[in-house]
Design a protein around this ligand. Structure first.
Ligand code: SDX
Length: 395
């Protein structure tokens, strides 16, 4: 009755698409960006180099990387009128609400070029514009919430160091980022850069399939990412670990609640629609957590709680039978906390990391000559045809 699911580049009437960007083997726990294993990229690459790889399909040579870096530097500042928009938000406004609104707002300011992704030069500028400004917007939303003056981007700094400067520099004290912190944040952004057709990326494709512009499509993705079952999980993991650590519940209680479907409690940071094995990103972050906390001299009891929880869950038949393993969100929050990122900014960092993937997927769909507007179908379960009843005859 529902017909066969056919692969359709523009989604068309199906929920599946073709893509050459990211490969995942959920059973084996494999993740590759444009064919490169995530483990190799995590070890040897950088977030900016991986952004170029995802968007343009190959590792950049030095000249290409230099041009991309120059575009990012040039596009870091926001139009001065942007500040008035920030002033309109209450100081306790959710950073993801601000991010979604402000990513859309980029489209209100004259770009050096309008493009639909067809002109390489024009598109590269827009991609850099979005990847660069999303970092400035995030930092400004934090400064606004803290009642602190905005810090202009510093053209001498690298992508991550500039973000940390805009977040943490004070008028009397320029923030000089610890190289270990820069490396840790680079790794986190790189690991989040793309992940095939997840909820927020599917949103980019769906919105972009109507030929909506890049900013509108990515602003919609920010909304999808915000949910606690998706990007919001990294905040929910920390809240869960805190609750266990503070004695609200024991680790054993948490597992018991997670197994009781009536409790509405889930082991946050565990399980995945595709991975039925370890999420390779979680493995890398678990190793990195140890290293980063040791280098920074941070002792975080939540890391011990996370390890204890993981150990118990991996021995518990409920989790084993359902192939529920730690996912990318289980350890990322502990590292972000150690490097001083406020908890309510964790999902914003996820969005900054995922931006290159959203851009790459938006362009891939836009470039496909067979692209069509997304129009999923349904199985109708409502009433059969019914005649209208005048109000005086209704019960
Ligand atoms: C991300 O798609 C992506 O690629 C996403 C992402 C990306 O990079 O874009 O990887 C990022 O979103 C990671 C996921 C972050 N979310 C969480 O950690 C929230 C906790 N996880 C779960 O809510 C859940 O595992 C999901 C949402 C991640 C996946 O949901 P599914 O595939 O719809 O799983 P399901 O609900 O069908 O679960 C199957 C069974 C159910 O039990 P039964 O009905 O078979 O008895 O497993 C149970 C679920 O109740 N289950 C869990 C659980 N996850 C699934 N039980 C307890 N705790 C959990 N975390």
């Amino acid at each position: 009755e529902t017909g066969l699911i056919t692969l359709d580049p523009g989604y068309g009437n199906t929920g599946a698409c073709t893509s050459a960007i990211t490969f995942i083997d959920g059973e084996k726990g494999i993740l590759r960006y444009r064919g490169y294993p995530i483990e190799q990229l995590a070890k040897s690459s950088s977030f900016i180099e991986v952004a170029w790889l995802l968007i343009f399909g190959k590792l950049p040579n030095q000249a290409e990387l230099d041009v991309f870096r120059e575009r990012l530097t040039r596009n870091a500042p926001l139009h001065e009128s942007f500040k008035h928009h920030f002033e309109g938000f209450l100081v306790d406004s959710p950073p993801m609400a601000i991010l979604s609104a402000m990513v859309n707002t980029i489209a209100c300011f004259p770009s050096q070029n309008e493009c639909d992704g067809s002109d390489e030069e024009c598109f590269a500028e827009d991609a850099a514009r979005l990847i660069s400004k999303v970092r400035t917007i995030a930092a400004y939303s934090y400064r606004r919430a803290m009642g602190l003056p905005f810090n202009y981007p510093d053209p001498k700094l690298s992508y991550v160091a500039n973000f940390l400067h805009m977040m943490f520099s004070m008028p009397y004290d320029q923030h000089v980022a610890d190289p270990e912190v820069v490396d840790a944040l680079n790794l986190i952004l790189l690991l989040h850069a793309d992940h095939e057709q997840n909820c927020s990326t599917s949103t980019v494709r769906t919105v972009g399939s109507s030929q909506a512009n890049l900013y509108a499509s990515c602003a919609a993705a920010v909304g999808a990412l915000w949910g606690p079952l998706h990007g919001g999980a990294n905040v929910a993991v920390l809240e869960m670990l805190e609750k266990i650590h503070k004695g609200g519940i024991s680790a054993a209680d948490a597992l018991k609640l997670a197994k009781d479907h009536t409790s509405g409690f889930r082991l946050m940071g565990f399980g995945h629609r595709v991975y039925k094995n370890f999420d390779p990103r979680a493995k890398i972050l678990k190793q990195s957590a140890d290293k980063v906390l040791a280098q920074l001299g941070v002792k975080d009891p939540l890391l011990d709680v996370a390890r204890q929880l993981e150990e118990m869950a991996l021995k518990d038949s409920y989790f084993v039978e359902r192939k529920l393993y730690p996912n990318v969100d289980f350890y990322s929050g502990i590292i972000m906390r150690a490097i001083g990122i406020p908890t309510n900014m964790f999902t914003v960092l996820f969005a900054i990391g995922r931006m290159p993937g959203w851009i790459a997927q938006w362009r891939e769909q836009n470039e496909d000559p067979k692209r069509r507007i997304a129009r999923p179908r349904q199985i109708y379960t409502g009433p059969n045809v019914t005649d209208y009843v005048p109000i005086e005859q209704r019960k």
